[in-house]
Design a protein around this ligand. Sequence first.
Ligand code: GLY
Length: 305
Amino acid sequence: MLLLANAEAWPGFPLAIDMLKAGAASLDAMVAGIGRVEAEPKVRSVGYGGWPNMLGVMECDGAVMDGNTRAVGSVGAVPDTLHVTALAHEVMKRLPHVVLTGDGARRFATEIGFPLTDMLLEDSKRVWWERLEKEFSAGELEKFPNIPLAPLSTAITDPERVRDTTVFLSADAERGIHAATSTSGWAWKYPGRLGDSPIPGAGFYADSRYGAAACTHTGEMTMRCATARSIVLAMKLGRPLGDAIKLAVDELAELTEGFLGGVVIHAVDAHGNYKVVNFRCQGEIRYWLWEESMSGPELRAASDA
Ligand code: GLY
């Protein structure tokens, strides 16, 4: 049994391990673990701790994928909702659909008893507004939000700090290989923007026969390359884990236009191998790993692409 997650997973990684040890279904364990990450204000890219969109509204994305059945549940740009990964899990279990977004996702949340949650922390609101004050003239601020927002979406970008997320991957000989994600997305994003975390094949993919992959950071690139699916497909076609990741990294490196930044790839295969690779993100990237043979979770360094 193996559990792998990015560094932001710290508030919920131990709970997911405990649940796996107690025999819980892998997705239940990861969704519960991510629930703790979403509730932790110190994690500044997921749930409560995340940053709002340009209008000062928190819009969160989350997803789950069952690698045994390739069933997916996903929600994107959901307002007023803390536990978006749990909501995505309910989409998978209760609806014939794969992805719900925005007001529709919130409506479904209300129907099944998810509370309306004020997601914007006072501190996030202050930082959000201070940033707008730097970018807009006094006249524009007076008219805000009835002004064009598009120019701002290129002005406000910080790919290394505001486009993270949390991703969990689990692999178990009997229970299979599964993936779960959650994020508040790109800070000061244009309203309605989806990142890769709710997009199957881009920010996550799992197939218990071959492996799984999940990405953090610049979703604008992994969506264009279908990075997570490419890795799992390469493994299906017989490439070893490292080669499969290299193929995906080469595809990211081929992009020369559009918004470019760093990407971190997390991947596992069906033979118990795992790898976390940093493609052009600044600073040291770390990840959590736990295997049944370990006494506890370990924080390890990703390798450079
Ligand atoms: N990878 C997270 C995002 O692009 O929103």
